[in-house]
Design a protein around this ligand. Structure first.
Ligand SMILES: Nc1ncnc2c1ncn2[C@@H]1O[C@H](COP(=O)(O)OP(=O)(O)OP(=O)(O)O)[C@@H](O)[C@H]1O
Ligand SMILES: [Mg+2]
Length: 221
């Protein structure tokens, strides 16, 4: 790998003084690469994604995304970086007073994209996730799996540089989970770097992709 899209050098993260959640993480992920982050509950998977998305700042070490050292990135510049990244949150974080369509369209609106382009693209993504009939519905009227698919739609709609997916198939049946996997494969083939965090062992066993295993905040493989 010549110059990785994402690089972590000796990264440490603690939320409180005495508790180290990430410990000496060294990682290089290339453009368009698709990697899994696996490890038991509490291993630090979500924290690692949040550090890459700059929702959390590392306590020590360097995090580079697309040639930017996040330590040197001022708070006012963070939104610009985030617009190029899609995140599927473990707890979805949908906006309750916006419909399914509006939740997904919002990621494109903040980028100033033309309304007609937004409508076409949002409809296309909702369709690929079997959500077209739910587009005028508010999140509280959706099942857990439907909410999760909306969260995925919102994260992929902009063809992001990086897609960070935190347990994105946790609430889905095997068929829907397979739909998400093929959507992610497609987006990665178009050049998006995909980082998929999960504690699902079965998913990991059946993949040929690179798997990074975290345990108690350390990479163990
Ligand atoms: N905001 C926070 N403040 C304090 N401690 C935190 C915070 N967020 C996470 N932690 C701690 O960091 C550790 C790792 O949490 P994290 O959410 O990264 O794990 P995870 O691997 O994503 O687990 P899961 O598979 O259950 O989602 C946990 O022990 C947790 O208690
Ligand atoms: Mg987690």
């Amino acid at each position: 790998m010549d110059s990785p899209l994402i690089e972590l050098k000796h990264v440490y993260k603690s939320y409180e003084q005495d508790l180290t959640v990430l410990e000496d993480i060294n990682l290089r992920i290339g453009k368009g690469e698709f990697v899994f982050i696996n490890g038991p509950s509490g291993a630090g998977k979500t924290t690692l994604l949040k550090v890459i998305l700059c929702i959390e700042r590392s306590t020590k070490g360097e995090v580079w995304v697309d040639g930017i050292n996040l330590k040197r990135l001022s708070n006012s510049k963070i939104p610009y970086l985030r617009r190029r990244m899609g995140m599927v949150f473990q707890d979805f974080k949908l906006i309750e007073n916006l419909t399914v369509f509006e939740n997904v369209a919002l990621s494109m609106e903040v980028c100033g994209i033309k309304k007609s382009v937004i409508e076409q693209r949002v409809d296309q993504v909702l369709k690929s996730l079997g959500l077209e009939i739910k587009k005028r519905i508010y999140p509280r009227r959706l099942s857990g799996g439907e909410q999760q698919r909306v969260a995925v739609a919102r994260a992929v709609v902009n063809d992001p540089l990086v897609l960070l997916a935190d347990e994105p198939t946790g609430n889905l049946d095997a068929g829907r989970a397979a739909d998400i996997m093929s959507l992610f494969n497609e987006i990665s083939a178009r050049g998006t770097t995909v980082i998929f965090a999960t504690h699902n062992q079965e998913l990991i066993r059946s993949t040929a992709k690179r798997v990074i295993i975290l345990d108690q905040g350390r990479i163990v493989n």
